[in-house]
Design a protein around this ligand. Structure first.
Ligand code: 5GP
Length: 349
């Protein structure tokens, strides 16, 4: 047994120090980025925020709204062949902002083939809870061989050495995050995890050394966290909980008295496993929870709020483009972030 003594940081442990800036307005800030992916040898331009491939957020309706703002959506594994066909026929421009998601089973491999045959989306998101299994590297290699021209995301991991392995195996973007998610219980069930800000910093450093990219996945609760993830070196940021509870998300409204909610659950929760696999296999425990999130109406408003927040971060540090944000960031360690003294009286915002 070994103990690492240096402190690892989460979003809540830091703030971004303001810097002298010549920018006059948030409108001057450009959040679009252009990336060229080393393995796929393709370029992509857009705002690098991705809706998580959870069944609640990875829906065609979410993809349509996000595409309007040049954001991406990782459609969930449970989107059908027919859904892909409908999307291609009715909104081909949206397909260009989507990812097909899959695990490592043979069935999932076939699912990628089907979705790409149907709609030819540019990204493949290979998603497993534990990206440290040697067999996952073999899966990434297999998908790379089968789809040489697709942009492959693979994860999740939280350390530099595994980020490098995945890039060498053929991934273009490594998904970073073990345990930070809003409906994740991995840390509780297993004691395994890594504070997300440090994970991003360390994995981004490793990836950029190989001309690869990283996608910070999980743990963003407010727009400021999205900004911190980019400032820490994330090339993409994936969001689940922040996008949950909207009209475009899966699930009916649940009314409780005056308030409305939507059901949101982890993809490894008991609820998801029973829904999609009929049961929780005996050898495993669930590593996700179910919650009723307050209903938030149209997703567009939330997207504008997030983009406005990140633009504002850029103006505070004098970054005219999102690309400049990490270069102009100094994180300061803090013990307190937000004044919550009137939190219980809040009526909006
Ligand atoms: P959030 O933005 O909600 O904090 O995090 C979203 C991420 O949580 C997803 O993209 C995925 O990586 C992760 N996640 C989703 N469902 C589960 C689950 O059931 N268990 C765990 N450990 N992580 C989950």
């Amino acid at each position: 047994m070994r103990i690492e003594e240096d402190i690892k940081l989460d979003f809540k442990d830091v703030l971004i120090r303001p810097k002298r800036s010549t920018l006059k307005s948030r409108a001057e800030v450009d959040l679009r980025r252009t990336y060229t992916f080393k393995n796929a040898q393709l370029s992509w331009t857009g705002i690098p925020i991705v809706a998580a491939n959870m069944d609640h957020t990875g829906t065609p309706a979410v993809a349509k709204v996000l595409a309007e703002h040049h954001l991406l959506t990782a459609l969930s594994k449970f989107v059908t062949k027919q859904d892909w066909e409908t999307l291609r026929k009715t909104a081909p421009q949206v397909v260009a902002a989507t990812m097909v998601s899959a695990g490592t089973s043979e069935h999932d491999f076939q699912r990628i083939h089907e979705a790409i045959q149907e709609a030819d989306c540019p990204f493949i998101c290979l998603d497993v809870a534990n990206g440290y299994a040697q067999s996952f590297l073999d899966s990434v290699k297999r998908v790379r061989d089968a789809f040489p021209k697709k942009i492959i995301l693979a994860g999740n991991v939280v350390t530099g050495e595994m980020t490098e392995e995945l890039l060498i195996a053929g991934a273009d973007i490594v998904k970073v995050g073990i345990g930070p998610g809003s409906v994740c219980t991995t840390r509780k069930k297993t004691g395994v995890g890594y504070p997300q800000l440090s994970a991003i910093i360390e994995c981004a450093d490793a990836a950029h050394g190989l001309k690869g990219h990283v996608c910070a996945d999980g743990g963003c609760v407010v727009p400021g966290d999205v900004a911190k993830a980019f400032a820490a070196g994330a090339d993409f940021v994936m969001l689940g909980g922040m996008l949950a509870g909207h009209d475009e998300c899966l699930g009916e409204l649940i009314h409780q008295g005056e308030q409305a909610f939507k059901r949101f659950y982890g993809m490894s929760s008991q609820e998801a496993m029973v829904k999609y696999h009929g049961q929780v296999a005996e050898y495993r425990s669930s590593e996700g929870k179910s919650v009723n999130v307050p209903y938030k109406g149209a997703l567009r408003e939330t997207i504008l709020d997030i983009l406005g927040g990140v633009r504002s971060t850029c103006t505070y540090v004098g970054a005219q483009t999102l690309k400049e944000l990490p270069k102009r960031t100094t994180f300061i360690r803090v013990t307190q972030q937000i004044n919550e003294s009137l939190a219980s009286y809040q009526v909006s915002g």
